[in-house]
Design a protein around this ligand. Sequence first.
Ligand code: ADP
Length: 372
Amino acid sequence: MSQLPSVPEPINRLDRERLQAVINNMTEGVLTLDSSCLVTMSNAVALGILDVNDALGKHVDDILHLTDKAGKPVHLAPLIQTQQLGSDKRHLASRDWQLRYADGTTAYIYISVAPVQSAFGQAQYGGYVLLIQDITRDKSLEIERSEFISVASHELRTPVAVAEGYISNALLAAEKEHTPDTIKNALQSAHDQILFLSNMLNDLSTLSRAEQGDLAASMEEFDVNELIDSLLQDFRQQALQKKISFGYVGQKNLGRLASSRLYVHEILQNFITNAIKYTEKGGITLRAKRVEDGVEFSVTDTGIGIGRNEHSKISEKFFRSTDWRVRKINGTGLGLYIAAKLAKLLSGQVSFDSELNKGSTFKLSVPGAATS
Ligand code: ADP
């Protein structure tokens, strides 16, 4: 009589003990979940962060009471079970959620969830592994820093605007009264510097807002063509002064988009001011089209372009090209960095294509339900 081969258990006792020893020695909190999101293993660090004695067999949403930035509850199980695991659909990570304890106190946690997969990328055990870290201290420092920049840049704006006004008046008076060139040049330089300072303060204040990521407050449904019209209106004069064209090519009925008008405006405004700054002849074209999930905007110029060797650095903080044509123009190197941050908050994306001495195209894709 032949014997049926015994079916191997997915994880035998020895393997499990070895795995538990590894998990226990990790500095991050670790929870493993089965496919129903019940805890199958945990380590002491995780229990410490969750402030519970035992988690085995409990449902993840019964032990992890999470809230998002707006204070709304976050339920992990539906998020991970419907495979909404971040952009690569395999992994979910957040530094923005808070863990709420029974006594009402909260802690910021870093959380990362990934499905357990075999070497071939297939879900083998049908479970998930969760890493958690208490990042309250880091977060408080980030928030403090951001608040400081926000308050300082706001407080500095008024005296800088007043000084700019006085220097402007002095420049006008100097023109009228045949003041020596040395004085006029000195006033002009002071004026350029104060304008630079004022742009820097604006950028810092936008940056701190983007870093605080208070997106919920500015979410709305807005008319896309109305936004385009207001941008055309705002920048027509600047383009005219440089004798370059500025126009829109695209649909006239893009409908409404559920996103942040403020942030989309800020990003496109940055693309357009750059296009005007770095273009000496030709023109600028603003385009927009509806795509499957939202709207895609682009700004194309016939300007100085960006050399291939600098493409990878373009959205770094404070990056400015070494090209002399860029250096002779005032700029902070913060605009595209902020644009990328704002786009990320909208779950959108900034990309670009550019050729030296030919021109550039900067693109923004914004997801969001579009209605007519
Ligand atoms: P800023 O314009 O204040 O220097 P940004 O962050 O907006 O800062 O842009 C970073 C750099 O990218 C610029 O200094 C410039 O070198 C390059 N750049 C951005 N937009 C363009 C453009 N349309 N054409 C050519 N270069 C550009």
